[in-house]
Design a binder for this molecule. Structure first.
Ligand SMILES: NC(=O)c1ccc[n+]([C@@H]2O[C@H](COP(=O)([O-])OP(=O)(O)OC[C@H]3O[C@@H](n4cnc5c(N)ncnc54)[C@H](O)[C@@H]3O)[C@@H](O)[C@H]2O)c1
Length: 247
């Protein structure tokens, strides 16, 4: 129960990696604030699951690209649990296409959700964390951001941007007791990757040293370490969670 008494807001946590991260932090004793977009159908179901499991949980629906929504999400966490110690910037989308065919609209959409969203959430959460003189911000980047990936100019740029944001927050806010780190998952089984063509999945598998795709729980384990006091002397770091896809 290393996170007992701590409150964590996880964006985009109705399903997939975000849900697995929320579950892991709840198992470690944290109060959980679930977030997803207003139209998310699975958010209520996820909230119910957490309630039934006996976890301390609240819901803060909102779009991470809208500053007003983000402020309300952070306020909801503080109103319900009195503090906010952990922010996981997990909400993310893809709109894949070769760069030459990519529309400006798809570029803006992906950059807005994946990068601007993390900026807005980090800014709002940091204001609370500074007063507490303690906070952990964890950004879910991607190997595509660290190493590039054909068909993902917008996504790779957004995830690379997250790495720059991570290091800058780490440097700006270390003196206020705030740690900021990123993880770069490789291919993780989820609704986002289920839709990849079989041919591409096989190509990835051939290059993963451990020979299997990761699970949301694999990502949650590393995020939990970064959220816990075990990593209090770690900031500004980027950890690959990819089974040895890139090394
Ligand atoms: N699945 C993978 O293989 C993989 C690999 C590397 C990184 N990632 C990253 O992990 C994160 C989660 O991915 P996933 O596979 O669970 O995807 P997912 O699509 O299953 O879940 C993403 C969630 O974010 C929510 N979301 C989207 N836009 C939002 C917004 N504007 N505001 C609030 N919530 C919003 C969605 O509704 C969804 O519930 C993403 O940032 C993704 O880029 C995933």
């Amino acid at each position: 129960m290393k996170l007992k008494g701590k409150t964590a807001l996880i964006t985009g946590s109705a399903r997939g990696l975000g849900k697995a991260i929320a579950l892991k932090l709840a198992e470690m004793g944290a109060n959980i604030v679930l977030n997803d977009i207003v139209s998310s159908e699975s958010l209520d179901e996820t909230y119910k699951e957490f309630r039934e499991a006996g976890y301390n949980v609240a819901v803060a629906r909102g779009d991470v690209t809208k500053e007003e929504d983000v402020k309300n999400m952070v306020k909801a966490a503080v109103d319900k649990f009195g503090a906010l110690h952990i922010l996981v910037n997990n909400a993310g989308i893809t709109r894949d296409k070769p760069m030459l065919l990519m529309s400006e609209e798809d570029w803006d959409l992906v950059l807005n959700v994946n990068l601007k969203g993390a900026f807005l959430c980090s800014k709002a959460a940091a204001k609370v964390m500074i007063k507490q003189r303690y906070g952990k911000i964890i950004n879910i980047s991607s190997v595509a951001g660290a190493y590039g990936n054909p068909g993902q100019a917008n996504y790779s740029a957004s995830k690379a941007g997250l790495i720059g944001l991570t290091k800058t927050i780490a440097k700006e806010l270390a003196s206020r007791g705030i740690r900021c780190n990123a993880v770069t998952p490789g291919i993780i089984k989820s609704q986002m990757t289920d839709v990849l063509p079989e041919e591409l999945k096989k190509k990835y598998l051939d290059n993963i040293a451990l020979g299997v795709f990761g699970t949301p729980e694999d990502v949650a384990g590393v995020v939990a370490f970064l959220a816990s006091p075990d990593s209090d002397y770690v900031t500004g770091q980027v950890i690959d969670i990819d089974g040895g896809l890139v090394m």
